[in-house]
Each structure stands twice: as C-alpha cells, then as structure tokens.
Design a protein around this ligand. Structure first.
Ligand code: SF4
Length: 86
C-alpha cells in the first residue's frame, strides 16, 4: 500500500497537486499541500501517480505505508564493531 508524502523543503506551494488530486490533497492557508496519512485508496492510485509525476519540484511522493514499529534488536543489542561510549 502507498501513501502520499510531501517534502516541505522542496515544495514551492504551486498547488498543482491539489488541482490534480482534489480527492486527497488540500491546501493550507499558505498554499502548501496537506495530505492524508493513510493509504491511498486503490481507485485513486493512478491519479496520485499522475500528481506525483506532475509536481515540478519532485516534492510530492508516493511511499510505502509503514507496517508498524521495527521489532526489538535480537541478542545483546550491540552492533558488531560498534564502539560503546561511557
Ligand atoms: S505540486 Fe509539488 S510543489 Fe506544488 S504544491 Fe504540490 S507538492 Fe508542492
């Protein structure tokens, strides 16, 4: 599953993504996109990909939805070769 993400550094607030994908993208009062944190519905994936492709600054991304926190480290938690401080 994929979700939308905006790189706030790269985004220039063109608003193009909100025009191409109004179902999922809203603009805040400064014109920056606000995207939902959840997965993009399957029926909107093609539109989401088009909006990502059209972003002039490559700020709009489709990323994998995280599957929850990583499992705890196995063993003693030390990384081989890692220098311990303190
Ligand atoms: S199209 Fe790209 S640069 Fe423009 S508002 Fe959307 S994410 Fe930002």
């Amino acid at each position: 599953m994929k979700r939308l993400r905006v790189d706030p550094i790269a985004c220039d607030a063109h608003g193009l993504c909100a025009e191409l994908l109004p179902e999922l993208v809203e603009l805040d009062e400064w014109g920056y996109p606000v995207v939902p944190g959840g997965p993009v519905p399957t029926h909107l994936l093609a539109h989401a990909r088009r909006a990502v492709s059209a972003c002039p600054t490559l700020a709009l991304l489709l990323v994998d939805v995280e599957r929850g926190p990583a499992p705890p480290p196995q063993g003693n938690g030390k990384v081989p070769g890692q220098v311990q401080c303190g």
